[in-house]
Design a protein around this ligand. Structure first.
Ligand code: UT7
Length: 336
């Protein structure tokens, strides 16, 4: 049986570390509040160059993560026939970041597709890669999750509930058609648009001549907004539901999981999910303390770190799970 096997992982985290204490210098917040509410101690925010732009763009961060994943997989760039780039923050309004990866890595006209599913982008991207491979549309797919959050955040006291949570970074996996047990066993994907406005970035808007005006800017509608408590409640419930659903599809139970790599949204969410499913600490991966929430990038960054730390071994049963803006949520069940 042909399966979509993850054969390489890599990540890129910008050098510039921003600690909770650094944030407390510019925003009315504290290390104690951020640590207790989210588990985050520090995050990476791309440094600014003299030209007033970040020193790297999102596609360049994605390409760095991808180069590491390609080297880790032991393949050549020319082996890739499809790029899937998950981000809620493309570098420009269009085209999406996928085509810039084609250019940066010299992929010789490989297909490029962008996924706009926010924190759930990587889970959707891996499911799409699995679909392409099973259908014979592609043999080797590069799935990247990458985000620049730092330039979009409201770094005044008004935006403190959001700005302390998010970070920049990119992660990538190489997914290849393989005969055997290794690979994606099942995925589940869900959405509920009635909650779209509980976590969104409204402007610029397509329906407005010029797309944005000074009233929108004055009201801060060009910054992301979140109803934190509603997101928290739904996230915890949907994480558990989708893990159980994807396990059931594969004929497994929570105790069969070797490693759960959840979207790194909040340590309290991860802990609540682990507790509800009766998972042991060694079954759950967390690195939110170091990077914060990098939306579509959290899972591929975590996968690459889990591999480096020897937490994922051949034959292990892996579950990736995410929830985010949309609301969207889902999970992948993978034999490593
Ligand atoms: O990736 C998916 C998207 N995001 C998530 O999954 C995040 C889900 N939600 C959360 O993680 C939590 O709701 C937060 C971490 C965002 C907030 O935690 P909370 O326990 O729900 O706090 P809260 O919103 O109820 O706010 C409690 C207090 C408020 O003050 P008052 O009204 O009680 O006086 C806030 O104004 O904390 C205040 N607050 C802050 N204080 C210090 C909000 N942000 C901050 C801050 N520093 N950065």
């Amino acid at each position: 049986m042909i399966r979509a096997a993850i054969i390489g992982t890599g990540f890129f985290a910008p050098e510039n570390v921003v600690t909770n204490d650094d944030l407390a210098q510019i925003i009315d917040t504290s290390d104690k509040w951020i640590t207790e509410r989210s588990g985050i101690k520090e995050r990476r925010w791309l440094a600014m160059g003299e030209d007033g732009r970040t020193v790297l763009n999102g596609a360049e961060m994605g390409a760095k993560a991808a180069e590491r994943a390609i080297a880790n997989a032991g393949i050549e760039n020319s082996d890739i026939d499809q790029v899937i780039f998950a981000t809620l923050n493309p570098d420009v309004a269009f085209p999406g970041n996928g085509v810039f990866i084609e250019e940066l890595l010299g992929l010789n006209t490989a297909g490029a597709m962008d996924i706009r599913n926010q924190c759930t982008g990587f889970v959707y991207g891996l499911a799409a890669a699995d679909g392409f491979i099973r259908a014979g549309t592609a043999k080797t797919v590069l799935v990247i999750g990458g985000e620049i959050q730092s330039t979009a955040l409201d770094k005044s006291d008004r935006g403190r509930d959001m700005s302390v949570l998010f970070g920049d970074g990119a992660g990538a996996v190489v997914v290849q058609a393989k005969e055997g047990d290794q690979g994606v066993i099942a995925s589940v994907l869900h959405s509920q648009g009635r909650y779209a406005r509980d976590l969104w970035l409204e402007g610029p808007v397509a329906t407005m001549e010029g797309r944005i005006d000074s009233a929108m800017i004055d009201e801060g509608r060009h910054f992301p907004k979140m109803n934190g408590q509603i997101v928290f409640k739904h996230a915890t419930r949907r994480f558990c539901e989708s893990i159980n659903e994807v396990l059931e599809k594969g004929g497994f139970t929570p105790e069969d999981i070797d490693l759960m790599v959840p979207h790194q949204a909040n340590q309290r969410i991860t802990d609540a999910v682990g507790q509800r499913l009766g998972l042991k600490p060694e079954q759950v991966f967390s690195n939110i303390a170091k990077y914060g929430n990098t939306t579509a990038a959290t899972i591929p960054i975590a996968l690459a770190e889990a591999v480096e730390e020897g937490r994922l071994k051949k034959g292990d049963l892996l579950v990736t799970v995410a929830f985010g803006s949309g609301f969207t949520w889902g999970a992948n069940l993978v034999r490593w």
